[in-house]
Design a protein around this ligand. Structure first.
Ligand code: AN7
Length: 357
C-alpha cells in the first residue's frame, strides 16, 4: 500500500491538540475532522510584497468552509459532555453554519439568529440543510447577539458564540498549525476582525506555544476591520455598521478587549481598510493565487497590502494572512465582482472567434 506522506487520518483539533486544550470526555467529542488547513505560499504577489514571504492560512478548507469549525467542535463537545440538548448563536452566517453542522453531528438542536437579508447565500443554505431552526431577525447582528445572551441566561440552552470560552480554545489551534507548518512563528499575522474572537484566539495560541517552548518568538498581531464597520478602530460601538463584507458587519464586538490586548501585547495594530480595498484583495487572491475566499476573509490581505505600503513590513519578514472562509459561501458577491460569462451559440467557429483564435 502507498504510504501517505502526511498523517493520512487527521483526527480533528480536539484529539490532535489534546495536550493544549481543556479535557473533554472521549464519548462527547464531536468532530468533522476540522483543522489541518493548508498554509499556502503566495508566490504571485511578489510585485506587491517584494522580499517579504507571504503565506495564506486557508481556513475555507474546513468542513463547513470556515475557521468557525475549530471553535465549534470544542463548544459543541463541551455542551454534549454537560448534557445540554440544544445550542444557540447569533451569527453573520459562518457561526450559524458551523453550529448547525456540529449540532447535527451531536444529535442536538440548533437555534440560529441571523440578520435578515444580510447573510451570504451559501451560509444560509448550510444552516437550513443541517436542520437548524433559522430565525431571520429584523435587525442587525449586535441586536441578535443581545437577544441570544438574554435567552441563554434564562433558559437551558448552550450559547455557542465566541463569548463561550471553549470557542476561543478551539480556534487557538490555528496558531499552533501555523507554527508547526513554518517551524517558527511568523513576523506578522494578519486577520479580519468582526466580533474579535479569532484575533483573541490566535494570540492565546501563539502565547501558549511560546510558554511551552514550541516557538522562540511571537508575531505582531495585525487586525483589520472594514471602514464602515470599524468600532474598535474608532473607539466606540457603531449603531449601524456598513460593509459588503457581511461576515464582519458587526458594530459592538464581544471580544473587543481581547483584540486590544492582542494588539498591545504583541506590538501590532488594529486598523481599517475600505470595501474597495477588500474587493481588490479578494480578486487578487482568486485571479493570481487561485485561492477563492469570501470577501471578509480578504480583509487580511487588504491589511497586509496597506501595511506594506505604509512601510511597516521589511524584506525577510514572514507574514501570514488568515483567509477565514471559502469563496463559495458568497456566490452573489463573486458573480458581482467578475467578468460576465459569454453567451454564445453552439457553433465551433463562433466559439473559436470568442476565444481569440
Ligand atoms: C469569514 O459567523 O461573527 O473577529 O457570526 O465569518 O472572530 O468575529 C463571523 C466572523 C472573519 C471575523 N471572517 O471573525 C459569525 C461571525 C469570516 C467570518 C470573521 C468572521 P471574528
Amino acid at each position: 500500500m502507498a504510504r501517505l506522506t502526511n498523517k493520512g487520518n487527521w483526527e480533528g483539533v480536539i484529539r490532535e491538540f489534546r495536550a493544549f486544550l481543556p479535557e473533554i470526555r472521549e464519548d462527547a467529542i464531536t468532530t468533522l475532522k476540522e483543522g489541518n488547513t493548508p498554509l499556502i505560499e503566495a508566490v504571485n504577489l511578489r510585485d506587491i510584497f517584494g522580499g517579504i514571504r507571504l503565506l495564506l492560512k486557508y481556513e475555507g478548507l474546513n468542513p463547513t468552509g470556515s475557521f468557525k469549525d475549530r471553535g465549534m467542535t470544542m463548544a459543541v463537545s463541551k455542551a454534549r459532555e454537560e448534557g445540554s440538548k440544544a445550542i444557540i448563536c447569533a451569527s453573520t452566517g459562518n457561526t450559524s453554519a458551523a453550529a448547525s453542522a456540529y449540532a447535527a453531528k451531536a444529535g442536538m438542536k440548533a437555534f440560529v439568529l441571523v440578520p435578515e437579508g444580510q447573510i451570504a447565500l451559501g451560509k444560509l443554505s448550510q444552516a437550513m440543510m443541517h436542520g437548524a431552526l433559522v430565525l431571520q431577525v429584523k435587525g442587525n447582528f449586535d441586536e441578535a447577539l443581545r437577544i441570544v445572551k438574554e435567552i441563554t441566561s434564562n433558559y437551558p440552552i448552550t450559547l455557542v458564540n465566541s463569548i463561550n470560552p471553549f470557542r476561543i480554545e478551539g480556534q487557538k489551534t490555528a496558531a499552533f498549525e501555523v507554527c508547526e507548518h513554518l517551524g517558527h512563528a511568523p513576523t506578522f499575522h494578519f486577520l479580519p476582525v468582526g466580533n474579535a474572537g479569532n484575533i483573541t484566539a490566535y494570540w492565546k495560541g501563539y502565547r501558549e506555544y511560546e510558554e511551552k517552548g514550541m516557538i522562540a518568538s511571537l508575531p505582531k498581531m495585525m487586525g483589520f476591520q472594514a471602514e464602515g464597520s470599524a468600532p474598535i478602530v474608532i473607539g466606540h460601538p457603531i449603531e449601524n455598521p456598513q460593509t459588503l463584507a457581511t461576515a464582519i458587519k458587526i458594530g459592538n464586538p464581544a471580544s473587543w478587549q481581547g483584540a486590544l490586548d492582542a494588539v498591545k501585547e504583541s506590538g501590532g495594530a488594529i486598523e481599517a481598510v475600505t470595501d474597495d480595498e477588500i474587493i481588490e484583495a479578494y480578486k487578487l487572491l482568486a485571479a493570481r493565487e487561485g485561492v477563492f475566499c469570501e470577501p471578509a476573509s480578504a480583509t487580511s490581505l487588504a491589511g497586509a497590502i496597506k501595511a506594506k505600503k505604509e512601510g511597516v513590513l521589511n524584506d525577510g519578514d514572514t507574514i501570514v494572512c488568515t483567509l477565514t472562509g471559502h469563496g463559495l459561501k458568497d456566490p452573489d458577491r463573486a458573480i458581482a465582482s467578475s467578468q460576465k460569462p459569454v453567451k454564445i451559440a453552439a457553433d465551433t467557429k463562433k466559439i473559436l472567434k470568442a476565444m481569440g483564435f
